[in-house]
Design a protein around this ligand. Structure first.
Ligand code: SF4
Ligand code: SF4
Length: 343
């Protein structure tokens, strides 16, 4: 079911207030000069004019640390307990990233620690009102549309167009004074979303297919990767802020009583030194990506080439978070990819 509604600016605030009073609503809120996805306490908290959030909304389904099993002596129980929530104001590139993690956590063994949270969520997108300084979503994976959301809000003159994409999105209409949107309002919303696509400060100049092929061919250019990674601290920040990174590490943590504890997973980062270190038994280890250039190359390969077939496009949505998070300012995929394409 797909319907389009219109709500005035003033009524929109009441709509958000009504939702906040009876549901858990997560949305972009200000944190000093930046933005984060957090629980809204009131409609005033919501900042749909945000540029990009520090961490992507995937943390609502796949938190930085997540208990999977709790145990006590020989008893154990799973920790899956999804909470229904509304994710309000998700930009289209983050919806695309959620589409990817949905697919990755579903393939082979379905990961219900992620999927249960995901299925309990309603995702409402919103148009980009402010463009972040490192964004390049306008030129990456252009033929991959966002599809995992339940509704989408676009700010137009005098109010907002709300387009629903099914029952979950439709269920929110009762919280606001919506009217059916006119064709002109739907057209205006479409134009707002189309116009923003050409405005990113950074650009990739080639198609995802051409990029995937040429990046892969650059694998053996050792000196090229070494030069790029020369200032890398192996801090993993570029992984941690990325909406499409999904690696995790599992640890058993024992309580002081030494009979109870929890098996917990934590976000992991392939740029860190120990990520690819494995045990050979008998105390011996092997690190199969020991050099930082190898790790740096691995991230770019994953984002621009390795996963393309499985995901139907690159595993990068152009949010620019990695570029902004990197102390050395070397993580920006646009710089690396454009260098490869020009060579
Ligand atoms: S690689 Fe960088 S720009 Fe691409 S999705 Fe991840 S954080 Fe965003
Ligand atoms: S590329 Fe930058 S953010 Fe990524 S690990 Fe190296 S220094 Fe850290």
């Amino acid at each position: 079911m797909m319907n389009a509604y219109f709500i005035t600016e003033k009524d929109f605030k009441n709509f958000v207030s009504a939702m906040v009073q009876s549901l858990t609503v997560i949305g972009p809120v200000a944190k000093r000069k930046k933005f984060v996805f957090a629980k809204l306490e009131s409609a005033e908290d919501l900042r749909l004019d945000y540029d990009v959030t520090l961490l992507p909304p995937k943390k609502e389904f796949f938190p930085p640390s997540q208990d999977m099993v709790r145990f006590e002596k020989d008893k154990y129980e799973g920790c899956i307990s999804p909470q229904e929530k509304i994710l309000l104001g998700v930009h289209f590139y983050d919806i695309k990233a959620i589409d990817m993690t949905d697919r990755l956590f579903r393939e082979k063994n379905e990961d219900w620690n992620y999927l249960a949270n995901r299925e309990a969520a309603t995702i409402i997108g919103s148009n980009i009102q402010t463009i972040s300084e490192r964004a390049f979503w306008g030129t990456v994976g252009k033929d991959v549309p966002p599809k995992g959301h339940d509704g989408f809000i676009t700010k137009i003159n005098g109010g907002y167009v709300y387009e629903t994409r099914g029952d979950k999105g439709e269920a929110l209409v009762k919280f606001g004074s919506f009217a059916k949107a006119t064709d002109a309002q739907v057209k205006e919303a479409r134009a707002v979303n189309e116009n923003v696509m050409g405005k990113c400060p950074e650009k990739l100049n080639r198609s995802s297919k051409e990029i995937a092929e040429k990046v892969r061919k650059a694998f053996s250019k050792e000196a090229f990767w070494e030069a790029l990674a020369e200032d890398c601290f192996s801090c993993g920040s570029c992984n941690i802020v990325c909406p499409t990174c999904y690696c995790f590490d599992v640890q058993d943590n024992w309580n002081l009583d030494q009979v109870s504890g929890a098996r917990t997973r934590y976000w992991d980062a392939c740029l860190t030194e120990d990520f690819a270190k494995v045990s050979l038994g008998g105390g011996a280890t092997e690190n199969f990506r020991e050099e930082r250039a190898e790790r740096f190359r691995h991230r770019i390969m994953r984002k621009a080439s390795y996963l393309n077939e499985k995901l139907g496009g690159p595993a990068c949505v152009g949010c620019g978070r990695c570029s902004a998070a990197c102390t050395s300012d070397i993580a920006d995929p646009v710089n690396v990819i454009n260098k490869i394409m020009e060579a």
